[in-house]
Every structure is written in C-alpha cells, then in structure tokens.
Design a protein. Structure first.
Length: 381
C-alpha cells in the first residue's frame, strides 16, 4: 500500500466512524440535541445517504483514481465527486450491461491465475466497477440536491390553517458542505383548507394522507416549491433570506420556521488542513481511526408574528411573516438566524489528546461537545 492509498484508507475509515457515531447519537432517544425526535430522524436519514455515498466512493477507488476532498476548508469531498456519483447512478444500468456478471468474472479470474501465474488486475478492476455500479444504482445516496418530502401534517388551532413539516437537502458546490433543511409551512390555499380542516379546526380524519409524501403536500404548488428549494438551498444564503424568499414567492404559503443543519467541517489527522491546532493535536492520537473531529451547526429562524395583508381597489398585499433575529447576539445576526447551536463529535482518545494539550477550551468554545466511546455517545462534557 503506497502513501496515497494509505491516506485514502485513513480518510474513509475516519469519516465512516464519524458518520456512524453521529447516526448513533441522532437515533438515541436520550439525545439532548433535539427536542423533537422527528428532527433527529430526518437528519439521520440523510446521514445514512452520506454513508452510502462514502461507501460508493471508497469502492470507486478500486478501479478509478479520482477522488478529491476539500482539505483546507470543509474536509468533505469536493462537489465534482458528488456530481460524478450522481451521473454514475443514472448510467449504472447501462454500464452494468457491458460488464460480465460477477460469477463469470470470478471464473475468468481463477482461470487467469492458473494459466498466467499472476494477478488478473484488469479483471479485478472490472469486478470492482461492477460492485460499485451495483451499489451506486441505489438511489439513497446523498446527491447534489434531494427533492422535498412532506413528513407531517397538522392544523394550527389558532389560525385554522393546515401546516406541513417539509424537508430537503443539498450538497453545496461552493462550500463543499452537506446541508439539510426542514421547514414548517402553513397553507392558506382555499382548496387545501377545505379538504384538510374540519369544522372543529382539526385535521380531517376522513382524508387519508400516506406520509411521507414526495414533494409539498399541496399538488398545485408542489412543482413550484421544488423549483424554489433547488434555487434557494445554497450555503451562501442565510436562513432568514431563504425564509423571506419563501414567504414572498408564494401567496398562500406562510413559513413559520426554517431549520438548516450544516454538516462540517470535518477534521482528520494527516489529511485535512482546515485547522492547524486541531490537526497538530490529532496527529498525536495513537490509533489513526480515532484521530478525527466532526462539527455541525443547527441554524433556526422562526416567525414571531404576522403583518396582515390588505386588499384595496388599486393595490393589495399578502400577509407576511415577521421573522425574529436576535440582534443582541452578533453571531446570530451575522448568520441571519433566530438561534443557532454549534456541535462537535470527537472520539474519546482524541478528546483526551486535546485535553492533555490544553486545547479543549479554545477549540470547543461555543460548542456542545459529544464524545464517542465504545459505541456510545456521551454529551454535556
């Protein structure tokens, strides 16, 4: 194994351990991260897609040497890898048709070894490509953009309007960061209100809603909503900007809350260069598989009230949301959010190394720290 393949192996092992640890944390009922278990389950779903993507990228290296990460910034793969994976997924069936079946390849490999007394490198690459394409053909990878899903429907007893919990995701091409979005949106469309709300201002139990529903529940707005989310999911757009755009662009949709989970940066000893202090300490960790640190940020913007619309003879305006920004918190104002939380997940051995170096207070200032130890996550350290 050369230095390059050794580095790749260490990176994939580290990111796999980090994502697995985060998934363990999110699926733990005792997790202090979220007050709502549905939020944790949504993020966990996208973590599973990321794990699948990394597994595919790892297999791809067995037959094609093209994989780059954002070493100096996010620590995640560069966007080109995400695009290539998506392209391979779309072409998987056609390409598989040109590669012999796995059993046939195994027989050819065994015959080649017996006849030539050497390793069948070409056949091995074909086998690796087949295994990769079979894996990437699964649509549950983390793509450049994932269309919205409606996962919850209820009725606001005060307004009498139905509201949806909708989620979607994107991999930002500029920042090379995976982003997960969740929005709570009220719908004042007359047809939808008539169908979903009964006389007691409760959800009409006679209407069957097979959740989750692909796209926005309102079929008249579903395509427009998909277009909107795809245009408004960049990391460079603040949550307040996205929520305000949604409020402005749809007459009958009223965003009450928008939450964004930004995964990363990710730090891996000897691989990433995004924080010299962190990298220097992580390189002292004895086991390479424990020499990593994963961070993420949860951003939230919510409506504190509404500005009533007006209808006049010559002009009219729609009801608009008044979003809360905590101007007393300079960081919240900079991010364009009502509130935010910074989190860090780190293996126990790596945390001990950071603690011994006296760097924990500086590195984890403003973060909620979660330590991965023996397959469990310990929080509030």
């Amino acid at each position: 194994m050369n230095a390059e393949s050794d580095a790749a192996e260490r990176y994939f092992s580290s990111i796999a351990a980090a994502l697995n640890g985060l998934e363990v944390f999110l699926r733990d009922d005792r997790s202090p991260l979220y007050r709502h278990d549905i939020v944790a389950s949504i993020v966990a779903e996208y973590i599973s897609r990321l794990e699948k993507s990394f597994s595919c990228w790892r297999n791809r290296l067995d037959f094609q040497d093209s994989f780059r990460i954002s070493r100096a910034e996010s620590g995640f793969p560069v966007f080109q890898n995400v695009l290539e994976l998506e392209n391979d997924r779309k072409q998987a069936e056609a390409r598989l048709a040109t590669i012999p079946q796995a059993d046939e390849l195994r027989r050819e490999m065994a015959d080649f070894i017996l006849r030539n007394k050497e390793f069948p490198a070409s056949l091995q690459r074909s086998m690796a490509e087949r295994l990769y394409l079979e894996g990437v053909g699964d649509e549950e990878t983390f793509g450049p953009f994932s269309l919205a899903q409606t996962v919850k429907v209820s009725v606001n007893p005060k307004s009498g309007l139905p509201y949806y919990l909708v989620h979607w995701a994107s991999f930002d091409g500029a920042a090379n960061l995976p982003l997960v979005y969740m929005a709570t949106v009220e719908d004042s469309s007359e047809t939808i209100v008539r169908q979903l709300v009964d006389n007691d201002r409760k959800l009409n139990t006679k209407v069957e809603i097979p959740l989750p529903v692909d796209g926005l529940l309102n079929p008249e707005l579903a395509h427009r909503f998909d277009d909107f989310t795809e245009r408004n999911s960049a990391y460079s757009l603040s949550p307040i900007t996205i929520a305000s755009n949604l409020d402005k662009d749809f007459e009958t949709l009223h965003p009450k809350q928008l939450r964004r989970v930004v995964l990363g940066p990710f730090y891996s000893a000897g691989i990433t260069e995004n924080n010299s202090v962190v990298n220097e300490v992580l390189e002292r960790v004895r086991k390479p598989e424990n020499a990593w640190l994963l961070t993420w940020t949860v951003q939230e913007v919510f409506s504190r009230g509404e500005k009533p619309g007006r209808r006049g003879l010559f002009s009219s305006s729609k009801t608009t949301q008044e979003f809360h920004i905590d101007t007393d918190d300079l960081e919240a104002a900079r991010q364009g959010v009502s509130a935010y939380e910074n989190h860090a997940l780190v293996p126990h051995e790596a945390y001990q190394a950071l603690y011994a170096a006296g760097e924990t207070q500086k590195i984890f200032a403003g973060y909620k720290v979660h330590i991965l130890s023996n397959g469990q996550v310990i929080s509030d350290v």
